[in-house]
Design a protein around this ligand. Structure first.
Ligand code: BJW
Ligand code: ZN
Length: 236
């Protein structure tokens, strides 16, 4: 732990790569592992365009459930520690797979959202994107411009990542000399290439997660523990 804190403090361009585990202690469930299920559905069966077109109401009910959890959740000490590290000039950016917006609510300024944001929707007819202020009340929600079916502006399986976010993440990964990987199983691609690219470009990689992850093979340091407990100690 002390060694990681020192390596981080001495880095010139540190970047964080986060997943659902960083929001777990805010009460937002992870996708995989215990507590990761909604009713009897697996995320792999809901986060797809096929699931949406088969049953938009079911998929929107899942998103509304998550919007409600997130709406009532607050950033936890792990999100706050990353914002603090950025304001100290140590951390340059957060690349996140999360759609909950909690990094920005915690005060992080440079946040790259690889999988979109649950507080935006996109019209499946006219393509317009619009913000959602609070959990949707009408299901499925309709486009105020054309009446078309709205979908969450998030990235589902089989869909490409937003080009701008992906390119910024690639740039950050190749600039980083330290990458702090927090709370991700590391199984979803292309997102999981980001820490691998950083490693290949010479970054020191530290993984913070209570469990085993598919990125442990590139970890120079592995801290087994909960993000809200470990990250404030790295920022101290
Ligand atoms: C804690 C903690 C605490 C718990 N503190 N930690 C074979 C090889 C490579 C790729 C593929 C393949 N077969 C299929 C693919 C492609 C597919 C993929 O990767 N599949 C794999 C699962 C096999 N990828 C895609 O389809 C992607 N698109 C694509 O490839 O497009 C190709 C294309 C190109 C050009 C044109 C067209 C197409 C898109 C992937 C989209 C993923 N979307 C989701 C949903 C987003 C919207 C939403 O939120 O609803 O993204 S799925 C879900 O997984 C979500 C997450 O961002 C993502 C990653 O999950 P994450 O964050 O790692 O969470 P968990 O739950 O897995 O892990 C939590 C971790 O936290 C655990 O390690 C815990 O231990 C830990 N933890 N408590 C710290 N307190
Ligand atoms: Zn429309």
């Amino acid at each position: 732990m002390e060694e990681v804190a020192r390596a981080l403090a001495n880095s010139r361009f540190a970047v964080a790569f986060t997943g659902a585990g960083i929001s777990a202690e805010s009460g937002v469930p992870t996708f995989r592992g215990p507590g990761g299920l909604w009713e009897r559905y697996r995320p792999e069966d809901l986060a797809t365009p096929e699931a949406f077109w088969k049953d938009p109401v079911l998929v929107w009910r899942w998103y509304r459930w998550r919007q409600e959890l997130i709406y009532n959740a607050a950033p936890n000490p792990a999100h706050l520690a990353l914002a603090e590290l950025e304001s100290l000039g140590v951390l340059k950016a957060v690349i996140t797979q999360n759609v909950d917006g909690l990094h920005k609510r915690a005060g992080s300024r440079r946040v790259v959202e690889l999988h979109g944001n649950i507080w935006r929707a996109r019209c499946t007819s006219c393509g317009r994107e619009l913000p959602i202020e609070k959990p949707v009340d009408e299901i499925p929600p309709r486009c105020p411009h054309c009446g078309g079916l709205l979908r969450p502006a998030v990235v589902w399986f089989g869909e490409p990542l937003p080009r701008d976010a992906w390119e910024e993440a690639l740039l950050l990964a190749s600039s980083a000399d330290f990458m702090l990987v927090v709370g991700t199983s590391g199984v979803v691609y292309p997102a999981a290439y980001i820490p691998r690219i950083a490693k290949r470009n010479g970054a020191v990689v530290a993984v913070v997660d209570p469990g085993e992850t598919a990125l442990d093979d590139i970890a120079d340091f592995k801290i087994r523990g909960r993000a809200a407990e470990i990250l404030p100690r790295l920022a101290a």
